[in-house]
Design a protein around this ligand. Structure first.
Ligand SMILES: [Fe+2]
Ligand SMILES: [Fe+2]
Length: 341
């Protein structure tokens, strides 16, 4: 059809507009829970620039400490810096699918929240390193140099995720996407709760508390959409979800636990360097959980998710790394990943 073709001379009413188009022109509201979550997001909105930055003096820390703490924020950024575009793409899908108005607004709120989280990562790194990014920064210490190598490898791995995600969004129903999102949100709520308890700096405590509250809302969004859609979930979608959960475990372990080497393409000294940095950061009052605490927390987060999926008879994958038995899922690739923060 040429764009010049005129219809108005030929017919009384225009032809039907084919979907998908980002143009619902309707404001249906059926899921009351989504309306409540949206209103909470309006009330709880916060500004990273208004955190008590005046109480934060990085010069109180040694350069080893600054580089180690900045490294943790860098790991977080590998996940959080992709979250705004990832959720923006999901938000566009809610418009194309002509989702309910409060659902569209909820995805908008997640996109906005994730932008805040990314800002906080940037502010923390910039203040700690006195440089606007961890990759071109010139390290001042030996551990700083080794951590920068780690950061480059993380960045390389994370960079492969976007092309897979872009393919997945049009291919999968929102219902499949939710379970992957939920996985990310449970993981995120878990880690930020731990970090706010474990950090001595008021600015980090408050930042983590705010992010944790946002992630709790994101979790609630996923849960209420699952409640709405999962009773009528297609059988073939169930297997897809099981695979996505295993993929999400492998992907998110890099920030919640430690990166599994069969999935993350990383050098041999990666974990040793990271553990050394975590030790330094912890001793400086930046409370990254210990190996055992991470493992326990990550396991509990997985069991929470299992509890949700069990209700809808979706088989849970085996996660032998934290002692969870289930359906074996093999051959997961970076290109298969949907889960995000
Ligand atoms: Fe986030
Ligand atoms: Fe989130």
């Amino acid at each position: 059809m040429s764009s010049k073709e005129r219809f108005a001379d030929k017919m009384e009413m225009p032809p039907k507009t084919e979907g998908p188009n980002v143009y619902p022109l309707s404001w249906v509201a059926k899921t009351q829970k989504m309306e409540e979550i949206w209103q909470a997001s309006q009330r709880e909105f916060w500004d990273p620039q208004k955190l008590p930055w005046d109480t934060f003096d990085p010069s109180r820390y040694s350069w080893e400490e600054r580089e180690s703490i900045a490294y943790w924020w860098t790991i977080l950024s590998v996940f959080d810096a992709s979250a705004p575009p990832v959720f923006a793409a999901a938000m566009i899908k809610t418009y194309e699918d002509h989702e309910e108005d409060p659902v569209r607004r909820c995805f908008f709120s997640v996109t906005r929240d994730e932008q805040n989280h990314e800002q906080l990562c940037g502010m923390a790194i910039t203040k700690l390193l006195e440089h606007t990014d961890p990759l071109t920064y010139i390290p001042k210490t030996d551990i700083g140099r080794r951590l920068q190598k780690n950061a480059h490898w993380l960045y390389f791995n994370g960079g492969r995720y976007w092309s897979g995600y872009k393919n997945a969004v049009p291919k999968y129903s929102l219902a499949v996407l939710f379970s992957s999102f939920l996985m990310g949100e449970i993981a995120a709520a878990t880690i930020f709760h731990q970090m706010s308890k474990g950090c001595a700096e008021p600015v980090f405590q408050e930042g983590f508390k705010n992010i944790g509250r946002d992630e709790g809302r994101h979790m609630a969004i996923c849960m209420s959409l699952m409640e709405r859609d999962y009773p009528k979930l297609k059988v073939e979608d169930r297997a897809l979800i099981t695979k996505q959960i295993r993929a999400g475990y492998l992907f998110l372990s890099a920030v919640l636990f430690e990166p599994p080497m069969e999935f993350w393409d990383l050098p041999n000294d990666f974990i040793a360097n990271q553990r050394e940095a975590e030790e330094i950061a912890r001793a400086a009052g930046f409370g990254i959980p210990t190996y055992d605490a991470k493992k326990e927390n990550w396991k509990n987060a997985m069991l929470n998710l299992k509890g949700v999926l069990d209700k809808y008879n979706i088989p849970f994958p085996a996660i032998p790394e934290v002692g969870i038995t289930g359906e074996e899922v093999r051959d997961v690739d970076m290109e298969d990943i949907i889960p995000v923060f």
